[in-house]
Design a protein around this ligand. Structure first.
Ligand SMILES: CC(=O)SCCNC(=O)CCNC(=O)[C@H](O)C(C)(C)COP(=O)(O)OP(=O)(O)OC[C@H]1O[C@@H](n2cnc3c(N)ncnc32)[C@H](O)[C@@H]1OP(=O)(O)O
Ligand SMILES: O=CC(=O)O
Ligand SMILES: [Mg+2]
Length: 361
C-alpha cells in the first residue's frame, strides 16, 4: 500500500496530478454501445444529448473476432462525435485477456483527452487497480495529457466482493464501482441464469397458520420473493461511501421487462446508488426517471432544510420530527437535485414548480 504522504503523487514523471475528490457529474445512466457495430455507433450522436454517460464497450458482448474493430470504432466515434457535456467512458477487456493491454495502449494516446473514465471488469483486488493506475500514468505522461483518466471497477467476482473496501480505496483515480450480477453469479456459482433482477425461487415462506391448541394447520402459506442482490449492493455502497467514490447498479438483461428493470434500478437508488447501466435505448428513460429524485421529495427536502436553519436542533413539520440527521438526509436529496437540474432543464422546472407548491402550503 502507498504511504498516505505519496497517495496523491503522480505515478509517472509528467503524468497529471491525481484528483483529490471525485467530481460529481450526473451519471444516472451509463449507456453501453458496441463501437464496432455500425448500426449502434451511428446512433451515438443522437443518443449523446439524451444520456449522462456513453460507454464504448470493448469487453463481453463484443465477439472475440470483433475486438479490434470495436477498439478502432471507439477511436473513430470519440474523434468524430461532439459529446457536449456528456461523459465518454470505455469498458476495456479484462486484465487477463489478450486485449486489455492493447486497449489502453491504443485508447490513451489516440483519444485520452476525450475519455473521462476507464471501466475495468472482473477486478479481484487492489492489485488490479494498481496495475491500471501505473500504466495509465505512464501513458498519460507520454501523451502529454493534463487531466487524469479516472477508473471504475466492476464488482463481479467473489474475490472482488471480499476485497471491495480495498478496491474502493486503491487509488485516487477510483471514480466508482458497478455491480456486475451476471459474472458475479457465475463466479459465486449461484444458480441463476438471469442478468440481475429477482428470482421467483429465492423466497421466504410464512409460518403455517395455527390450528386449535397451537398446532400447525393446513391453510395456505404465502411466500415473499427476496432480493438476491441486496447484500452485495449494500456492501458496495458502504465501501464506496467510505472512500468518497460512487456506487452503481450494473446491467438488467431482460430488456422487455421494463417494470422489473425499474424496480431493480429503484432498489439500487434507494440504497445509495447514483446510476445504472442502460443496455438498450428503452432503459435510458427508466434510469433517468429512477435516479432523479422525485419533485415531491425535492420540495420536501428543501422545506426541511429551510426550516432547520443552521441544521441543528429539532423541529416538527407536518407531524414529523426533523433534526440534524434528517437535515443531512435532506441535503443528500437537495444537492443531488441541484446537480441534476443544472444539466437537465426539464427537471429544473419540475423541481422549481414542486418547491413553489410546497412553499405555498
Ligand atoms: C453482462 C454484461 O456485461 S452487460 C454489458 C454488455 N452488453 C451490452 O453492452 C449489450 C448492449 N446491447 C445490445 O447489444 C442490444 O441492445 C441487444 C443485443 C441486447 C438487443 O439488440 P437488438 O436485438 O438489435 O434490439 P432492438 O431490435 O430492440 O434494437 C432497436 C434499435 O436500437 C438499436 N440499439 C439496440 N441497443 C442499442 C444500444 N445499446 N445503443 C444504441 N443503439 C442500440 C438497434 O441497433 C436497433 O437499431 P435500428 O432501429 O436502427 O435497427
Ligand atoms: O458485466 C456485467 C456483469 O453483470 O457481468
Ligand atoms: Mg461482466
Amino acid at each position: 500500500m502507498r504511504s498516505a504522504k505519496d497517495f496523491f503523487r503522480p505515478l509517472a514523471v509528467g503524468a497529471p496530478a491525481p484528483v483529490r475528490e471525485v467530481p460529481f457529474r450526473p451519471s444516472r445512466m451509463i449507456h453501453f454501445f458496441d463501437p464496432g457495430n455500425e448500426k449502434m455507433a451511428a446512433k451515438v450522436p443522437s443518443l449523446a444529448p439524451q444520456v449522462d454517460v456513453l460507454l464504448g464497450n470493448l469487453e463481453d458482448a463484443v465477439p472475440a473476432d470483433r475486438k479490434e474493430a470495436a477498439r478502432a470504432g471507439l477511436v473513430k466515434t470519440a474523434r468524430d462525435v461532439d459529446f457536449g457535456d456528456t461523459q465518454l467512458w470505455t469498458r476495456i477487456n479484462s486484465l487477463d485477456s489478450p486485449w486489455a493491454l492493447d486497449d489502453l495502449l491504443t485508447l490513451v494516446p489516440e483519444i485520452g483527452g476525450k475519455l473521462d473514465v476507464v471501466m475495468v471488469p472482473k477486478v479481484e483486488g487492489a492489485q488490479d487497480i494498481h496495475y491500471v493506475d501505473r500504466l495509465l500514468a505512464q501513458l498519460e505522461a507520454k501523451a502529454g495529457l493534463t487531466r487524469p483518466i479516472l477508473v471504475h471497477a466492476i464488482l463481479e467476482t467473489a474475490a472482488g466482493v471480499a476485497a471491495v473496501e480495498e478496491i474502493a480505496g486503491a487509488s485516487p483515480r477510483m471514480q466508482g464501482i458497478s455491480l456486475g450480477p451476471a459474472d458475479l453469479a457465475a463466479s459465486r456459482r449461484m444458480k441463476t441464469t438471469r442478468v440481475g433482477g429477482g428470482h421467483p425461487d429465492y423466497l421466504v415462506r410464512a409460518d403455517p397458520p395455527a390450528s386449535g391448541g397451537g398446532a400447525a394447520g393446513d391453510g395456505p402459506r404465502p411466500t415473499f420473493q427476496q432480493d438476491l442482490w441486496h447484500y452485495t449492493i449494500a456492501r458496495m455502497v458502504d465501501a464506496c461511501a467510505a472512500h468518497g467514490i460512487l456506487p452503481y447498479y450494473g446491467p438488467f438483461g431482460d430488456i422487455q421487462d421494463t417494470t422489473a428493470c425499474e424496480d431493480q434500478f429503484r432498489n439500487a437508488f434507494l440504497l445509495g446508488c447514483v446510476g445504472a447501466w442502460s443496455l438498450h435505448p428503452v432503459q435510458i428513460g427508466i434510469a433517468k426517471r429512477v435516479f432523479s429524485p422525485s419533485p415531491q421529495d425535492v420540495a420536501w427536502a428543501r422545506r426541511v432544510i429551510a426550516a432547520m436553519g443552521d441544521g441543528t436542533g429539532a423541529v416538527m413539520i407536518d407531524g414529523k420530527m426533523q433534526d440534524d440527521a434528517t437535515y443531512k438526509q435532506c441535503l443528500v436529496v437537495a444537492d443531488l437535485a441541484d446537480a441534476l437540474a443544472a444539466r437537465d432543464p426539464e427537471l429544473a422546472a419540475a423541481y422549481a414548480a414542486a418547491t413553489a407548491g410546497e412553499e405555498a402550503r
